[in-house]
Design a protein around this ligand. Structure first.
Ligand SMILES: Nc1ncnc2c1ncn2[C@@H]1O[C@H](COP(=O)(O)OP(=O)(O)OP(=O)(O)O)[C@@H](O)[C@H]1O
Ligand SMILES: [Mg+2]
Length: 622
């Protein structure tokens, strides 16, 4: 934890609070006004109670009869103060709540927006669990102290007012106040300092416990099939035990300090009564004044705790804020250019790779040999289909990512219609190219929403046309609610091949001018796969150039050109028959795949594969 010493935490925490106030100044002003109103009324109520006792009750006891007029006046004064106090509490609570939840919502939006802006390379370094906790519990933790903050600020004003009014009343009683209030304040500070490391530890363990749980549920299939249930349970139990211990230590500290914080004001009241009795006998103060001051001490005890609440939440807030700002300040986003490709142009695009080099580590940290791609040069001419073939790990998916600008090359250029993709606007890029990824991703939504993605101009006719091209219209029509069928989280209610065809239809619905298929139909029956590709190549229909990562002979044979890659280099290019005849590695690969394919087909595994949680899919294939 980067939080450092408690002085550091206080400084950083105050800066976080300052930021919150700067972002929501008006709501904060409302909440603080409510709180200050409340504070002043607390002081006023002490004096009214004093007056009631000194000027109504005591004379009544002495005379044996109650003065009706004075009583009515006292009652209405107390009633008026109570009503105004309700207004103050209402304003403070409402303001504090608004401020806290508005900040949470705003920062949740900013964090998730940032996730989408950050490049893929950043996402590779950060786990899903971390992203979830950044957007949820870290944002919440950062703004926790906002809830008691207006109360604490109002209390500070109230304390100053109380001490001032004490001085007006009597200097001896004021000295008691000067001893007790700072002591209360100091006790709160010591309390929160002791609390800081315990809270930070608990917050960290909370994240770890949910991280382990997340992983176990996500990997439920592996855990179950490998018989790791008891080990996983033990791993979870150990961390859950640590969290329990951390929270108990928080509770123990609270158990020590809470009574002290309760007792101190009572001791103060006692001191007031003792000193006050002496001053009363000396004739320096009246009964009214003594009762007022004693009452003031009792009612002040509670609001002073608000300062402690803010201080106690600061360490957690700083820890949360640091994790949130790590996301907001992350660099490396890929700025878009301002060149647009003519949106009216619907003919296929030309994709060019010119001497492209790429490594997943940041370019400055490149070890020799960390380069995943080197000297990659090829073209997908307008309207042509180019197949990308190579052994596993050769860099095919990396080339696909570069083609749609998920990543940028370290050296060299990727071009669309001759324009470097880095110079294109986001809209131009999204409207021109579409990637169907190796691992299909399906949203927990309807079939229709999964395909349209809310894009303009994609109506039901376009959806069905895309489904037809993806050979998916048959199974979608057979679904219980057709396009309105919900497909479950990550498409769990669909087979692997159905999911692949749905994501293909999603890409086609945008009418891309370049389609990049990364092994996108591997779980589809080979005959259907060939039919899809043939359909895409049919003249005048889809009208896209195609870069397809493929293994199957039938699919490859449909390509105009084959590019064979090994270890990040283009080793050979030509037509399928040419490569079969001249490149031994290519022939071996295609033959080996074909054999595996035949075995698979005998076992009839296509499209009936039980859906597997994502992440496993890559291992299940090949
Ligand atoms: N996110 C990543 N971070 C670091 N290295 C990566 C990352 N993704 C891929 N690599 C590495 O880059 C190389 C090329 O990977 P790539 O996924 O492009 O291969 P591929 O040809 O698509 O393989 P497959 O046929 O198995 O899909 C591999 O050595 C791989 O280990
Ligand atoms: Mg791949």
């Amino acid at each position: 934890m980067a939080s450092g010493t408690s002085r550091d935490v206080l400084g950083k925490g105050l800066r976080v609070l300052g930021r919150a106030i700067r972002e929501q100044p008006r709501i904060f002003a409302v909440a603080v006004s409510g709180s200050v109103l409340f504070g002043l009324l607390v002081i006023a109520s002490a004096y009214v109670v004093g007056a009631v006792v000194g000027d109504v009750v005591v004379p009544a006891v002495e005379r044996g009869s109650v003065a009706g007029g004075a009583l009515a006046l006292a009652a209405s004064a107390l009633f008026g103060i109570s009503v105004l106090r309700v207004v103050g509490i209402f304003g403070r609570r409402l303001g504090a709540g608004y401020m806290q939840y508005r900040l949470q919502a705003a920062y949740r939006r900013r964090v998730t927006r940032r996730y989408l802006d950050l490049p893929l390379a950043w996402h590779h370094r950060n786990s899903t669990g971390t992203l979830l906790s950044n957007a949820n519990s870290d944002v919440e933790a950062a703004w926790y102290p906002i809830a008691p903050l207006p109360f604490a600020v109002g209390t500070l004003v109230m304390l100053v007012g109380a001490v001032a009014s004490l001085f007006v009343t009597d200097w001896a009683l004021a000295l008691v106040g000067l001893a007790v209030f700072p002591a209360l304040f100091a006790l709160n500070v010591v309390y929160s300092r002791r609390m800081a490391p315990r809270q930070a530890r608990a917050q960290r363990l909370r994240a770890e416990v949910s991280g382990i749980a997340h992983e176990s549920f996500d990997g439920a299939l592996v855990v179950k099939t490998m018989g790791r249930e008891s080990q996983e349970t033990a791993r979870f139990a150990a961390r859950a035990g640590d969290l329990r211990d951390a929270l108990i230590s928080v509770g123990r500290l609270r158990g020590v300090f809470d009574p002290m914080l309760e007792t101190l004001p009572s001791l103060g009241t006692l001191a007031v009564l003792v000193v006050g009795a002496v001053r009363l006998r000396q004739g320096a103060i009246t009964v009214t004044e003594l009762v007022s001051v004693a009452f003031l001490f009792t009612v002040l005890a509670f609001p002073v705790r608000a300062i402690g609440w803010v201080l106690a939440e600061l360490p957690r807030s700083v820890a949360g804020w640091e994790r949130v700002s790590r996301v907001l300040d992350a660099t490396g986003e890929m700025p878009y250019g301002d060149v647009t490709l003519d949106p009216a142009r619907r003919e296929p695009a030309t994709l060019g790779f010119a001497d492209v080099h790429f490594g997943y580590e940041p370019a400055e940290a490149h070890r020799p040999g960390a380069e995943v791609l080197g000297e990659v040069t090829f073209t997908v001419p307008a309207g042509k289909t180019v197949a990308l073939v190579g052994p596993t790990g050769a860099g095919k998916s990396t080339i696909a990512s570069l083609a749609v600008r998920l990543v940028d090359p370290d050296r060299g250029r990727v071009t669309l219609d001759g324009v470097d993709v880095r110079e294109l606007t986001a809209a131009s890029l999204a409207g021109t190219v579409a990637l169907v990824a190796q691992v299909p991703f399906v949203f927990d939504d309807t079939v229709r929403a999964n395909i349209t993605l809310d894009r303009a101009g994609v109506g039901d006719d376009e959806v069905w046309a895309a489904l037809r091209l993806a050979e998916a219209d048959g199974f979608v029509a057979a679904l219980p609610d057709g396009l309105d069928t919900m497909v479950g989280e990550r498409g769990t209610s669909l087979s692997g091949g159905q999911r692949q065809r749905l994501t293909l239809a999603r890409a086609l619905a945008g009418r891309p001018r370049l389609l990049v298929l990364d092994d996108a139909t591997s779980a589809v029956d080979p005959r259907v796969e060939a039919a899809i590709l043939a359909g895409l190549r049919a003249p005048g229909d889809a009208g896209a150039s195609i870069l397809v990562v493929a293994y199957r002979r039938a699919t490859i044979a449909l390509a105009d050109e084959v590019i064979y890659v090994e270890q990040g280099r283009v080793v050979a290019r030509g037509t399928h028959p040419e490569l079969l005849a001249t490149v031994p590695g290519y022939a071996d690969l295609v033959t080996a795949y074909e054999q595996a394919e035949q075995e698979r087909e005998q076992n009839r595994t296509y499209d009936e594969v039980t859906p597997v949680p994502s992440g496993l899919e890559m291992e299940v294939d090949r």
